[in-house]
Write a protein that binds this ligand. Structure first.
Ligand code: UTP
Length: 435
């Protein structure tokens, strides 16, 4: 893009201030700024501006009318049927694994991608190791590659790939791993002007895990899935070391239900747990965020004493590939986050705000839920499959993840008659115990 083209585009979209310090910039800075402007998409920027004037309109709607969904519990012969179906799909090579790992992990405060966090209680192996080794175990068990699509962001793509290379892809064949990056969006002040992080750079942040759909399409990953004959796409987040990747019962349940979007749900640890809660409104489901629920709604009980809205979503899903393809070209709702964003003043001096000063824009993957022609919900046991790595200390921290990983492995070993001392620090390689 040339200076003149940039000037024209910015004036059309009301962002001419981006070039205010052009005269002060070096040749390298000018080149970088033009390249950044070249990534701007006028339609998306206009959507962001419009979203500022009607913040979170959809979310202020009452959620009182929301009904709890029917959540399946698999047991006995029904479970066996689902497992058999899931195993058949895995054996036929119709399953892919999709990981979103583009987040910034700001709460954890770890230098580097969350997947590289040394979570192994004994060896300090990275979180990616546990995901990769489960995928390897399944591909060995079913004698079929399980293609793995990994979404990164501009900020962590190179270092994520470096972690895979340094660890020899954790034993996987790199031909079956595809990295792709999510989009970035500029931050905006409340007047709709994009935020300058320095004289030569607009502040940009990742477009949320809902940026996945556009990124899958742009990168050719959806096309690659189609070429490989993939039908079911298992989706998970990078920060859950306990996740049961492409669990055959879950895949089988999704396939038998002919669902487009199937969600694993677990009973909330307490009525106010910070997880999304799926609800039925009329004929369609929507994920209701915990911030949208009133105290009464959180505490509402069933006749049996259980919470009415008992189940929350830890973002473990199976998607029908064709559903992702159908939705990839559609706009998703924008969510706004009001944050402290470093910027510059009229003289170009850096300002580090002490209060939120600007908006970041994100799309959320669960906004696909109302679009599914058929959705299904499956209950699972939180202690077996969900222990997220979110914070540096306290709940959902490295300490609780390691504790929960070892507790799970202890249960697995106890079933095989092996007892491990309560104070032992140890590890299991998923390749050795998924058989
Ligand atoms: P979180 O919402 O927990 O965000 O992401 P985070 O970036 O990991 O952590 P904080 O909020 O900054 O502390 C849930 C999942 O979604 C992915 C993350 O990598 C994680 O797997 N994600 C999030 C993306 O892939 N892209 C995004 O833009 C945001």
């Amino acid at each position: 893009m040339t200076y003149k083209e940039a000037q024209k585009l910015l004036s059309e979209i009301g962002q001419s201030h981006v070039l205010s310090f052009w005269g002060d910039l070096t040749a390298g800075e000018r080149k970088a700024l033009l390249a950044q402007i070249g990534t701007f998409d006028a339609a998306s920027l206009n959507r962001c501006r419009q979203a500022l004037s009607m913040p979170e309109a959809e979310e202020s709607n009452s959620t009182k009318a929301g009904k709890a969904p029917k959540v399946a519990q698999l047991k006995g012969p029904v479970k066996e049927k689902c497992v058999a179906k899931g195993e058949a799909e895995l054996r036929a090579g119709r399953v892919a694994v999709l990981l979103v790992a583009g987040g910034q992990g700001s709460r954890l405060g770890f230098e580097g991608p969350k997947g590289a966090y040394p979570i192994g209680p004994l060896t300090g192996k990275p979180l990616f190791n546990y995901h990769a080794r489960k995928i390897l175990a399944l591909s060995q068990k079913f004698s079929k590659p399980l293609p793995w699509y990994i979404m990164t962001s501009e900020a962590n793509d190179a270092v994520t790939k470096k972690c895979f290379v340094a660890n020899k892809y954790f034993g996987l064949d790199p031909k079956n791993i595809m990295f792709f990056t999510q989009g970035m969006w500029p931050g905006m002040l409340s007047d709709g002007k994009v935020i300058m992080q320095s004289k030569s750079r607009v502040f940009m942040s990742p477009d949320g895990h809902g940026g996945l759909l556009a990124a899958l399409s742009r990168s050719g990953a959806l096309e690659d899935m189609k070429r490989r004959g993939i039908k079911h796409v298992f989706f998970f987040q990078v920060d859950n070391p306990l996740v049961e990747i492409a669990d055959p019962a879950f895949i089988g349940y999704h396939a038998i239900e002919k669902s487009e979007f199937t969600l694993k749900l677990c009973a909330k640890r307490d009525p106010f747990e910070k997880v999304g809660v799926p609800m039925l409104f009329g004929n369609s489901y929507r994920m209701v965020e915990y911030t949208e629920m009133s105290k009464e709604q959180c505490l509402k009980k069933r006749a049996d004493g259980n919470l009415y809205h008992l189940y929350g979503s830890p973002a473990i899903h199976v998607f029908d590939r064709a559903f992702l393809e159908r939705e990839a070209g559609q706009d998703m709702p924008l969510h706004l986050a009001f944050k402290k964003i470093p910027t510059i003043d009229s003289k170009g001096e850096t300002i580090k705000p002490s209060e939120p000063n600007g908006y970041k824009f994100e799309k959320f993957i669960f906004d696909l839920l109302p679009k599914a022609r058929k959705a299904a919900f499956l209950a699972f046991n939180q202690e077996d499959e969900f222990s997220p790595l979110k914070n540096a200390d306290g709940d959902d921290s490295p300490k609780t993840c390691k504790r929960d990983m070892m507790a799970k492995w202890r249960r697995v070993l106890a079933e095989k008659g092996v007892d491990i001392a309560q104070d032992a620090v140890f590890e299991l390689d998923p390749v050795k115990f998924i058989k």
